[in-house]
Design a protein around this ligand. Structure first.
Ligand SMILES: Cc1cc2nc3c(=O)[nH]c(=O)nc-3n(C[C@H](O)[C@H](O)[C@H](O)COP(=O)(O)OP(=O)(O)OC[C@H]3O[C@@H](n4cnc5c(N)ncnc54)[C@H](O)[C@@H]3O)c2cc1C
Ligand SMILES: Cc1cc2nc3c(=O)[nH]c(=O)nc-3n(C[C@H](O)[C@H](O)[C@H](O)COP(=O)(O)O)c2cc1C
Length: 790
């Protein structure tokens, strides 16, 4: 078998070595256009997990790498004159040049043909002469460009500028340094790689970069003035000045160091006939999670293994298996990298945070590291964060508890913990009356331990229903039935109960969820209304554009429902301004195209929702809080985005809202939501941090399903409350169970007290048998290793 590898970076060389090692009969040739040793970058970092794979694949390469590793465990977060350290992370790093030396020499020993300082022949020739062509030709891959029609790459350019330097300062831990400068916030990511130096990356937003004068560098003004191996010396000396205290008398070193913006590369397909993409050619992931080299080497390992497993004449099967195996890992890494890069892009929103919270926030930014995870790595660090959190809430004198179990005060009510049952329409009522089903549904959720239980969207009129099964509050029978639910919750549980009031607008008159969500009724449709005559989907009714008189009448319906909600005794009232229902459709420019005072600029689009909010606030008891649910993005071009969502939240805060419930989407049917774990939390985060200092709380919702995620995002300051929807349908006692799992003694309903211990599994959970003669006192100690070269 003849294999051509284009590119002698870590991906190409490692693949060549493994492919040759697995079958010495193969002819493997690597083309690298640069001479040996001529490379960019300084140090590369590996996690323990990747190292395990590398160790098994080729112990010779692994041992040579291990002999060169700088190893340490700590991350230092330097922020506002404090250095906060978290241990137990386990890093291994080495110089990129050294890594390439090791890989090259191993390739040579194994008989790989190495053609350095030689550009690869053109693709057609390579393909004709070889059974397989591996495109390991880096982020600007020429082969990917040539076959762009089949690989269908996308390039997402990001907002920050960054530059890689080396330094002769040998840091002893991974160091993040975040500082306010006259131009704005700048950050450094630095880590050692051997006994001589460290990698040091400086990063900032485009605006800060402009303001700091970096755009005036000759290398930026006239890039042609820079030779291929030159660095931007202006940037280097300015960064040396700005970070002089961190560098502590040491120098920055350039190696083709220039300002760049990160580009996330993704490809639809990674292989075509006998050509396959590997490493940066196939995908990139932001450097802040330190994974470019690791991903390239893991790709190499997987491709070599799949080729051997499939057999010599089954290249197509091998390439398909490789892509299937690696794509899942890469997509997940890219998701974490995306969260991390967005965190750094939005860093300025966190610089008011206390250093302890800031450090926790930074460490958990990619969502891969969590509260529980950090507890395993460094329980003392987590205890410090817990202590800080408790003190910040006025509970400093008590033993700490998991963050989700602290109460939250909203006006005159206290929500006993941070878990909320998200509003969920049950489509199970007759004539809008909540029946036994609703009593049992909401009652069981309240018994299940959640601090606040929200009703489904309760409609203010028959025409304001989504489906014929929706509940309402337009008559006294409905009020009395709701009161039965409220009374049960109050009499039998410590939970609070909130009502969500809404009007379906253009999304009304549709089938029950399980008969066809958003589909018009087969018969008995009622006319629907909206700000503008635009149907939700082509087959939905076109809404009638509301006249001012009709809007005034709808406002009266909201107020009448609000009065009945007071009478029913609800603790909190939420106005539903999300998901494309009537008030939401006034807010979004995609659904509101009016040319009167209620359409156009945001100020106008807010007018009707705010008028209703003001009317309700005036009749809702002063000691009771009001919430507003918004869709913080329409996930569609031209629609609401996070910046506008912050303005919407601010407007409601100005009008006296106590809580913003941050959902997204469902406004237009053409939306393209980026679903994933906790996918709406960044919007809650942005709003919470924009409203910091105001007396308003923020609720996050959407695919938050583990108590670990809840604890993490509360501690990091991304939200004050977490609403869980579907999770509560799966487990109505989710909060009680979360308490049991975390060994937290929360009050159980007395009649359930006998069930408060987790049922035993088959094995006894008694004392474990002794397995060691003498226990190792170090075994469970936190690893606080720092890099101390001999
Ligand atoms: C300036 C810079 C600094 C970096 N520093 C670090 C770091 O310190 N730590 C870290 O983990 N990651 C770093 N990265 C990211 C990391 O280098 C990549 O993720 C990783 O090298 C990917 O490996 P690869 O083998 O896929 O591609 P690369 O390492 O980019 O290798 C591709 C190779 O292909 C060669 N090539 C391209 N076209 C041809 C052709 N037609 N013929 C012959 N050869 C060709 C190129 O010269 C190059 O050597 C850095 C990236 C950049 C741009
Ligand atoms: C069956 C069902 C009904 C829902 N009904 C409503 C509703 O009436 N009002 C509302 O604001 N959101 C409604 N939602 C959205 C949820 O409140 C929540 O925002 C969404 O399910 C995401 O949270 P989750 O991932 O925890 O389920 C509903 C969700 C489900 C699953």
């Amino acid at each position: 078998m003849r294999i051509a590898v284009v590119g002698g970076g870590p991906g190409g060389l490692y693949f060549a070595a493994l492919a040759k090692q697995l079958d010495p009969g193969r002819t493997v040739t690597v083309w690298e256009r640069n001479p040996p040793g001529d490379t960019y970058g300084f140090g590369v970092v590996f996690s323990d997990e990747t190292l395990g794979g590398i160790e098994h694949a080729d112990p010779i390469i692994h041992d040579a790498m291990a002999a060169s590793f700088a190893r340490w465990d700590d991350i230092d977060v330097r922020f506002r004159d404090e250095v906060i350290t978290s241990g137990g992370h386990g890093f291994a790093a080495m110089s990129r040049r050294k890594l390439l030396d090791i890989l090259r020499s191993r390739c040579a020993d194994l008989g790989v043909q190495l053609r350095f300082a030689e550009a690869a022949p053109d693709l057609e020739r390579l393909r004709a002469d070889h059974d397989l062509v591996v495109a390991a030709d880096g982020v600007n891959s020429g082969i990917r460009t040539e076959l762009a029609d089949v690989f269908r790459p996308t390039f997402e350019g990001r907002r920050c500028r960054y530059v890689w330097f080396g330094t002769d300062k040998v840091f002893d831990a991974f160091t993040f340094d975040v500082r306010e400068t006259d131009a704005g916030v700048m950050q450094v990511h630095a880590y050692p790689y051997d006994e001589t130096g460290s990698t040091l990356i400086v990063e900032m937003t485009e605006e800060v970069w402009q303001k700091a004068g970096f755009a005036e560098s000759p290398a930026v003004v006239d890039p042609a003035s820079l030779g291929v191996s030159d660095s931007d010396t202006f940037a280097l000396s300015r960064c040396e000045e700005i970070f002089a205290d961190l560098l502590d008398g040491h120098r920055l070193i350039g190696n083709k160091s220039r300002w760049v913006s990160f580009t996330t590369v993704r490809c639809d397909t990674w292989h075509h006939e006998n050509v396959v993409l590997l490493g940066d050619a196939a995908h990139t992931a932001h450097f802040s999670i330190g994974s470019g080299t690791k991903l390239a080497m893991e790709d190499a390992l997987s491709l070599a293994a799949c080729l051997s497993e499939a057999g010599a004449d089954q290249v197509d099967l091998a390439l398909a298996a490789y892509e299937a195996e690696r794509k899942a890992v890469v997509v997940s890494t890219q998701r974490a990298a995306q969260a991390s890069l967005e965190w750094f892009e939005n860093l300025a929103q966190y610089t008011d945070q206390e250093p302890m919270r800031f450090a926790f926030n930074l460490l958990t930014r990619s969502r891969r590291v969590t509260y529980e995870n950090l507890q395993l790595r460094d329980p003392e660090f987590v205890q410090r964060v817990d202590d800080w959190f408790a003190a910040s809430l006025g509970f400093g004198a008590e033993p700490t508890r998991p963050p989700m179990f602290y109460p939250l005060r909203l006006r005159g009510i206290t929500v006993p913990n941070r878990i909320v049952v998200s509003p969920m329409d049950m489509y199970s009522s007759d004539d809008g009356i909540p029946g036994d089903f609703h009593l049992v549904h909401l009652g069981s959720k309240a018994l299940g331990g959640a601090g606040l239980v929200m009703t489904e969207m309760v409609c203010v009129s028959p025409a304001g229903r989504i489906t014929p099964g929706c509940t309402g509050l337009w008559n006294d029978d409905q009020r009395d039935s709701w009161q039965r639910v409220v009374d049960f919750v109050h009499a039998s549980t410590p939970a609070k109960i909130g009502i969500q009031l809404g009007h379906s607008g253009r999304k009304g008159s549709t089938k029950l969820m399980w008969e066809g969500m958003d589909d018009p009724l087969p018969s008995g449709n009622w006319p629907v209304v909206g700000p503008s005559p635009l149907p939700y989907k082509p087959h939905n009714q076109t809404p009638r554009e509301l006249s001012l008189g009709e809007m005034a009448a709808i406002k009266e319906e909201f107020l009448a429902a609000g009065r009945r909600a007071v009478e029913a005794g609800f603790d909190l009232l939420e106005l539903h301004c999300a998901h494309g229902y009537l008030l939401s459709s006034f807010l979004s420019p995609l659904t509101n195209q009016r040319d009167d005072d209620y359409g156009g600029p945001l100020e106008n689009r807010l007018r009707f929702p705010l008028e209703i909010f003001d009317g309700l606030r005036a009749l809702w008891p002063a000691e009771k809080p009001m919430s507003v649910r918004i869709s913080a993005t329409d996930w569609a071009p031209g629609g609401i985005d996070v910046d506008e969502a912050v303005l919407i939240a601010t407007a409601f805060a100005d009008h006296g809202a106590d809580l913003i419930d941050v959902s997204t989407g469902q406004v237009v049917s053409t939306e393209k939501p980026a679903f994933g774990r906790s996918y709406q939390v960044p919007f809650a985060d942005a709003i919470r941090n924009a409203l910091v200092g105001r007396d308003i709380a923020v609720m996050a919702v959407g695919a938050i399903s583990s108590y670990d995620d809840v604890n993490s995002l509360l501690l990091a300051g991304r939200a004050d409350l977490c609403a869980l929807g579907r999770t509560h349908l799966y487990d109505p006692q989710w909060t009680l169970h979360a308490a049991a799992d975390q060994d937290y003694q929360m009050p159980w309903p007395m009649p359930f007290a006998a069930g408060r211990r987790k049922p035993q599994t088959g094995r006894s959970d008694g004392p474990k048998p002794r397995l060691e003669l003498v226990r190792d006192p170090e075994a469970n100690a936190v690893r606080h290793g720092r890099w101390r070269p001999a």
